[in-house]
Design a protein around this ligand. Structure first.
Ligand SMILES: Nc1ncnc2c1ncn2[C@@H]1O[C@H](COP(=O)(O)OP(=O)(O)O)[C@@H](O)[C@H]1O
Ligand SMILES: Cc1ncsc1CCOP(=O)(O)O
Ligand SMILES: [Mg+2]
Length: 267
């Protein structure tokens, strides 16, 4: 099977299996990421209370931990959910939003990675640079300083942390420390809608729920998402119509059309 066919097959699996994705996410993107998860055929649930996060995580087929609007209570909830998921063998996908911007965020990202088994770490280049000790700085939640050779950094951080790392940007890079893949799909309008990185993480989690290999799941999810963005941009006048078109395109994009449009390179 070529990459295009593999992407279409994973997208079809999500649609058929409708995995439940438990999110502990941020106040900004809660609605968008729930709708993105529904549009691709999966099922979102957002639950934050320390009293229930472990139970909810055990019901899910994947867990998203997203530290976008962090509080002390959210950190405790993420650790409880993550530990329950780890114990039950449910994949955990971590989005370290804003790591490198403040000491609290950087410290929390390190703590989550240390105390939990993270299946996939997805962030922008400066968030991952900060976690991996590659310097750089994060401007709020947006990528700012990052090393020149992002691809090398991704592979090195994946190796150091013994996990799958997916770094997004104009080109996305995915590695488990051995394999290294690049995805060239995407559109600059994605940077003008808040929550599009968080949505990438949600789609990766849904794909990981139906695909045990984290590199394949992340690569397929990002190619599908990036191609949907290209198609949506072609039918949009600006960020607002783009956000609406993106949900519609994610819902409709599948099969041959998806398989033909993906741009994936092995490095
Ligand atoms: N300049 C760009 N051109 C095309 N696609 C992009 C560009 N920048 C980011 N993307 C895409 O936008 C999505 C969100 O990525 P990114 O902006 O890096 O995340 P975050 O919002 O967490 O910083 C990803 O799917 C990525 O491929
Ligand atoms: C703007 C903002 N502030 C805290 S979380 C958040 C959303 C970040 O979403 P994304 O990383 O997907 O752009
Ligand atoms: Mg982000």
């Amino acid at each position: 099977m070529n990459w295009g066919e593999q992407v279409a097959a994973r997208r079809q699996r999500v649609y058929e299996q409708r995995p439940l994705v438990h999110h502990i996410t941020n106040l900004v993107v809660t609605n968008l990421t729930a709708n993105v998860t529904l549009a691709i055929g999966a099922s979102p649930v957002m639950a934050y209370a320390r009293e229930e996060v472990a139970d909810m995580a055990r019901l899910a087929q994947a867990v998203v931990l997203n530290m976008g609007t962090l509080t002390g209570e959210v950190v405790e909830a993420m650790l409880l959910a993550g530990k329950a998921a780890n114990k039950a063998g449910i994949p955990v996908v971590f989005d370290p939003v804003g790591a490198g911007a403040t000491p609290f965020r950087t410290r929390t990202a390190q703590r989550i990675i240390k105390e939990l088994h993270i299946d996939i770490l997805r962030g922008n280049a400066s968030e991952i640079a900060s976690i991996g000790g590659f310097g750089g700085h994060t401007k709020g939640v947006d990528a700012a300083g990052a090393p020149a050779r992002v691809a090398d950094m991704v592979k090195q951080v994946a190796r150091d942390l013994n996990t799958v790392v997916a770094v997004t940007g104009a080109t996305d890079y995915i590695s488990d420390g051995e394999r290294l893949l690049a995805v060239d799909n995407g559109h600059p309008l994605l940077t003008l809608v808040t929550g599009t990185g968080c949505s990438a993480t949600s789609i990766i989690a849904a794909f990981r729920a139906v695909e045990d290999d984290g590199v394949t799941a992340s690569t397929a999810a990002l190619a599908y998402y990036g191609l949907a963005a290209e198609r949506a941009a072609a039918a949009s006048q600006g960020p607002a119509s783009f956000q609406v078109a993106l949900l519609d395109t994610l819902y409709n994009l599948a099969g041959e059309e998806l398989a033909r449009g993906v741009k994936i390179r092995a490095l």
